[in-house]
Design a protein around this ligand. Structure first.
Ligand SMILES: Nc1ncnc2c1ncn2[C@@H]1O[C@H](COP(=O)(O)OP(=O)(O)O)[C@@H](O)[C@H]1O
Ligand SMILES: [Mg+2]
Length: 496
């Protein structure tokens, strides 16, 4: 791809980008959120037209106007958000959109070929199962098999590890290496440094729409890659005082709740979090983490069990009671739950506390106090915004997360429930969030850190709990816990 330019209103997503993929290599596209990785590959796959630039495939200039054109050139893409039809079978999804009309394909032969491909790449699936019966990892296998079925020799995978537990990531990497060894070219998109170093032959770093550099793993390291990604040095050391927990603050006893689909989402959870403790909750998304966070913030009713806050029975307390008891919430959904898009930075910063203290005078709000409070937090938490009257819908993801943290931490909470607090953030913002959570712990807050990122859980957590299908399947001290053991537990294996 040569000198690719692609603009969207207000942003140049690809700014004169060059990218070269060779046969037989796994080539990583590494970059922070918004760097332009997906845009570049959507152009290759015919989903977007570049404003200018050239695409050369197998020595010839190609005009790719649709995914169909791309497929004909041997290009296949697995999107970040999978696009399968959940009521159809694996095999039906795999042949969907093929040129040959369905009746020319013998279903038996299709099944055989899926088995064969699954075996060859270590991606086994049952072709007759329906998509809705499969885990996220298995669905992703189906998407990969779909492009292998078409004999694509240029394979693009957009953030494929985001949905996977560690053992599945290992299997995926083995499959990618296998494809490359057969002479295919594989583009692996990721923002995770250790992953790209592990699986790639070459790594191209994107920053703000530009290709900053291309390196081989043997010629570089995490610190240098982070520097290229962010544009400044990033520290990887977190200063953390030894663990010395205070009194128990929150206790759950045998908690059960229903999920939104009316099925049990938590099945007898008991745990305790103490002052000055970071408890990491590890698990693949969708195993009850969200429901647990909602229980601890008073947003979801229990069907069984008890909750105690500071020794008091909070089992049927309201969200406001939880808030008043000093429980802060950094939710996964920053736009929907965490903030009000149309309100200003200043207004969002007092969403929790506007009823109290300096901000409320009888029934009136004191706007001067609100503005001063906002200015102080904006500078303390380095929130990038032209001013405090800016609606938060104009903030980037990292800055919105800083705003939410500023609001939740500035109340000096007794417990912080932080749900995927760094998901989608770049390395710089991630480091910042980590430092702030550690600081809160040092000031005596309890922290429940819900994350799928095991590195994050193991570096920040004092103790690690693992959740699987609504049950706690392990509780370990951070010293006992290793990526391997916790990873096995996350995938539902007892870990021996
Ligand atoms: N369809 C679109 N419309 C408007 N802006 C877009 C669109 N797709 C991407 N962008 C913008 O282009 C930039 C690059 O986005 P993207 O390619 O998705 O980055 P990455 O995949 O590296 O996270 C971002 O600023 C994003 O907001
Ligand atoms: Mg992307």
């Amino acid at each position: 791809m040569r000198r690719i330019i692609k603009s969207f209103p207000g942003v140049v997503a690809n700014d004169n980008l060059d990218f070269q993929l060779l046969p037989g290599e796994v080539h990583a596209l590494l970059g922070e959120n918004g760097a332009g990785k997906t845009t570049l590959m959507n152009i290759l796959y015919g989903l977007y037209r570049p404003d200018s630039g050239q695409i050369i495939v197998k020595g010839r200039e190609a005009k790719i106007n649709s995914p169909r054109d791309a497929m004909q050139l041997g290009i296949g893409m697995v999107h970040q958000h999978l696009k399968l039809v959940s009521t159809h079978s694996v095999a039906e999804n795999i042949i969907l959109g093929l040129n040959e009309p369905r009746f020319f394909l013998k279903m038996d032969e299709v099944h055989d070929r899926i088995h064969e491909l699954g075996e060859r790449y270590g991606l086994p699936v049952n072709p007759q199962q329906k998509i809705w019966q499969l885990s996220m990892g298995e669905r992703q296998r189906v998407e990969i098999l779909k492009i292998l079925f078409r004999e694509s020799d240029i394979l693009v995978l957009d953030e494929p590890t985001a949905l996977l537990a560690p053992p599945e990531i290992g299997e995926l990497f083995a499959a990618l290496r296998r494809m490359a060894s057969e002479g295919r070219g594989v583009v692996f998109i990721s923002h995770k440094l250790n992953e790209v170093l592990e699986v790639s032959d070459r790594i191209t770093v994107l920053r703000r729409g530009r290709a900053v550099d291309t390196r081989r793993p043997s010629e570089t390291n995490t610190a240098e890659l982070a520097n290229l990604m962010v544009g400044r040095p990033v520290l990887f050391k977190l200063e953390k005082k030894p663990f010395s927990p205070g009194a128990g603050f929150l206790e759950l006893q045998n908690v059960e709740v229903m999920g939104d689909k009316g099925l049990p989402a938590l099945k007898g959870i008991s745990l305790e979090i103490r002052a000055g403790e970071i408890l990491g909750l590890a698990g693949v998304a969708g195993n009850g983490q969200r429901e647990l966070a909602e229980v601890i913030t008073g947003l979801r009713r229990l069907t069984k069990g008890k909750i105690y806050v500071n020794g008091l029975d909070f089992t049927s307390s309201s969200p406001l009671d939880f808030l008043s008891a000093g429980i802060s919430y950094v939710p996964e959904d920053r736009q929907g739950v965490g903030s009000v898009a149309s309100m200003t930075v200043a207004e969002n910063l007092v969403l929790r506390e506007y009823r109290n203290g300096p901000f409320a005078r009888n029934i009136w709000l004191d706007f001067k106090a609100i503005d001063e409070h906002a200015s102080q937090l904006v500078s303390e938490f380095s929130i990038m915004t032209p001013d405090t009257r800016n609606p938060v819908q104009n903030l980037s993801g990292g800055n919105l997360q800083k705003l939410i943290l500023a609001r939740e931490l500035s109340r000096k909470p007794k417990l912080i429930v932080a749900e995927h607090p760094t998901r989608g953030l770049d390395v710089g913002a991630t480091e910042y969030v980590h430092q702030r959570l550690i600081q809160a712990r040092e000031q005596g807050s309890a922290v429940l850190l819900i994350s799928e990122d095991l590195d994050e859980i193991l570096t920040l957590g004092d103790n690690v709990a693992v959740i699987y299908e609504g049950k706690l399947v392990g509780l370990l001290s951070a010293q006992q816990a290793s990526i391997e053991v916790v990873g096995m537990m996350m995938a539902g294996s007892s870990g021996g």
